[in-house]
Design a protein around this ligand. Structure first.
Ligand code: MLT
Length: 199
């Protein structure tokens, strides 16, 4: 997968996953705010929708192509493994930081594999699928940044995602913002504070 890798000085690797229309450069600043010393693996989604990179296909806004979601999740999981060998980072210390479509594929990594992520910062995620036989996510810390007026990820859906993750054993912290789908500085600061107290 097209990506950027930046070597850091601690054991963590931040896996950056952009929103629709972004690329591997879009969230770089967030990684340095959250953990300046971590390695950064920033990946570009392999799907193009009218020229806009995404991590998996959708049939309409908020309506996922589940077959493609499964395939792309497997592809991303394999890619993280390959990258950990190529760049010699600790595969057990990968923390996803994703926004919107990137948060959705990160959520689906959590819904699919017990060992994909050591933690996740999910900005405006949705429930990736409802058929999942959840893996054991015991003690995996997850931050959810949600908007009370987000038309794509409703309040109910954000709450449902948190409940499903908690039921699988994850430690979920949800922060609410009185905005829509956009990522605000307040939310970035809340995610940074959460990350720094958690890792
Ligand atoms: C998605 O397709 O992942 C969600 O609708 C969020 C988006 O990318 O717009």
């Amino acid at each position: 997968m097209q990506h950027l890798y930046k070597q850091g000085t601690n054991d963590y690797t931040i896996l950056l996953l952009h929103g629709t229309g972004g690329d591997e450069n879009s969230l770089l600043q967030l990684a340095s705010l959250v953990d300046e010393q971590a390695n950064v693996l920033s990946v570009r989604g392999n799907v193009l929708e009218n020229g806009m990179p995404r991590f998996f296909k959708r049939l309409a806004e908020g309506v996922f192509d589940f077959e493609d979601l499964a395939l792309r999740t497997e592809e991303l999981y394999a890619f993280i493994g390959e990258a950990s060998e190529r760049y010699a980072f600790d595969r057990t210390k990968v923390i996803a930081l994703g926004y919107s479509n990137g948060a959705n594929i990160a959520a689906n990594l959590l819904f699919t594999y017990a060992d994909a992520l050591a933690g996740a910062v999910l900005h405006h995620p949705m429930v990736p699928r409802r058929d999942a036989d959840m893996p054991n996510l015991q003690n995996v810390p997850v931050f959810i940044g949600a908007g009370t007026n987000d038309p794509l990820c409703t309040k109910e859906e954000s709450e449902e995602l948190a409940e499903r993750l908690i039921a699988a054993g994850a430690q979920v912290d949800t922060s609410w913002f009185h905005f829509g789908h956009q990522l605000t500085m307040d939310e970035v600061q809340a995610a940074t504070a959460w990350y720094q107290k958690t890792f």
